[in-house]
Design a binder for this molecule. Structure first.
Ligand code: AMP
Ligand code: MN
Ligand code: MN
Ligand code: MN
Length: 286
C-alpha cells in the first residue's frame, strides 16, 4: 500500500471539503505524504500546509492545470510548485477567467432545452466562484432532481455532444509545463487512462505523440496508480513510463466523501519497474 497521495481536490476547486478538512481526513487514513492539487488554483495550499504540519503529514504544494492539446482536454499536475511564482499564478488566473463565461454559456444551453436557473444553482455549490466548473453544475442538477448522481449528470448533460457541454480552450501544454517547471515543480501527466477511454478517446498513435511532446516540453512524470485507472491500466501506464523514461506518480483524485471517487490514500503499490516521482525531492534517485 502506498502512503503517498499526490492528487486530490478541496472546495477551492471542485472538491467538497475545505483544505483543512481534507488534510485531517488524509491524516485519519494514514497518508504520510499528501499533495493538494486543486484545478487551476493554488489558494488552498497555505491552509493545507499548516494543518498538515499539525498532523505530521509531509505536504507537497500542487496544482492540476487544465490544458487543451489538439482537440483534447488534458490535465497536468504540478508537484512541489512554488505557489507564489508570478508566471504560474498569472497563468492560472488567466485560465480561471475563462470559467465564468463558459458557465454562462453552459447555463444558456441548458435553458434552451428547458432547464433554467442552472448558473445560480451551480454557483451555490462553488465555494470559490472563480472556479465554477462542471462538477458544480452536476451537484446542482442532482439536487434539482434531474439525475440520481453526479456521474449520470455528466453522461446525460455535461460531456461532448450533450446539451450542457460547451467547448472551451484551456492553457497550452507548453505553457502549463513551463509554468510548473519555472516555479521549481515537476510536471506530471494526470490520469492518462481517461484520455484513451470512452467517447472522444485518443488512439494509441496520438497517445504516443502526446507522450513524446510532453517529454520534449519538459514533462517528467505520469500518473500510473490513479483513482481514475483500473488495475490493468496501472500496468499499461507503467510500461509507457518505462518507454518514455518518466517518473511514476500516484493519487486518489479524491473530490469528496459523498461521491463515488476513490477515497484518500490506501492506493495499491506501483508495478515493480516504476521509479516513483518522489525520488526527485527525496534525493533517492538511482
Ligand atoms: P471542468 O474542469 O469544469 O470541465 O470539470 C472537470 C471535472 O469534472 C473533473 O475534474 C472531474 O472532477 C469532473 N468529471 C469529469 N468527467 C466526469 C464524469 N464522467 N463523471 C464525474 N465527474 C466527472
Ligand atoms: Mn475535478
Ligand atoms: Mn483531472
Ligand atoms: Mn483531479
Amino acid at each position: 500500500m502506498l502512503d503517498y497521495d499526490l492528487h486530490c481536490h478541496s472546495n477551492v476547486s471542485d472538491g467538497t471539503l475545505t483544505p483543512a478538512e481534507l488534510v485531517m481526513r488524509a491524516a485519519g487514513r494514514e497518508v504520510r505524504v499528501l499533495a493538494l492539487t486543486d484545478h487551476d488554483d493554488v489558494a488552498g495550499l497555505p491552509e493545507a500546509a499548516r494543518i498538515a504540519a499539525q498532523h505530521g503529514i509531509e505536504f507537497v504544494n500542487g496544482v492540476e492545470i487544465s490544458v487543451t492539446w489538439r482537440k483534447h482536454t488534458l490535465h497536468i499536475v504540478g508537484l512541489h510548485i512554488d505557489p507564489q511564482n508570478a508566471a504560474l499564478t498569472e497563468g492560472l488566473r488567466g485560465i480561471r477567467s475563462g470559467r465564468r463565461h463558459r458557465a454562462e454559456l453552459m447555463a444558456e444551453s441548458m435553458a434552451r432545452c428547458g432547464i433554467g436557473g442552472v448558473l445560480e444553482g451551480a454557483l451555490r455549490y462553488a465555494s470559490n466562484p472563480d472556479m465554477i466548473g462542471r462538477t458544480h453544475f452536476a451537484r446542482y442538477l442532482v439536487e434539482a432532481g434531474h439525475c440520481k448522481d453526479v456521474r449520470s449528470v455528466f453522461n446525460r448533460y455535461l460531456v461532448k455532444g450533450k446539451p450542457g457541454y460547451v467547448p472551451h480552450t484551456w492553457a497550452d501544454l507548453q505553457d502549463a509545463i513551463s509554468w510548473i517547471n519555472g516555479s521549481g515543480g515537476v510536471a506530471v501527466l494526470a490520469h492518462p487512462g481517461r484520455y484513451t477511454a470512452g467517447r472522444n478517446a485518443m488512439g494509441k498513435t496520438t497517445l504516443l505523440e502526446l507522450l513524446k511532446e510532453f517529454v520534449e516540453l519538459g514533462g517528467q512524470g505520469i500518473e500510473v496508480v490513479s483513482g481514475s485507472h483500473t488495475p490493468p491500466q496501472y500496468a499499461e501506464f507503467a510500461r509507457y513510463a518505462k518507454e518514455f523514461d518518466l517518473l511514476c506518480s500516484c493519487g486518489s483524485d479524491f473530490h469528496g466523501p459523498e461521491e463515488s471517487y476513490r477515497d484518500l490514500g490506501r492506493l495499491p503499490d506501483f508495478p515493480l519497474e516504476c521509479r516513483p516521482v518522489w525520488t526527485l525531492w527525496e534525493g533517492t534517485a538511482a
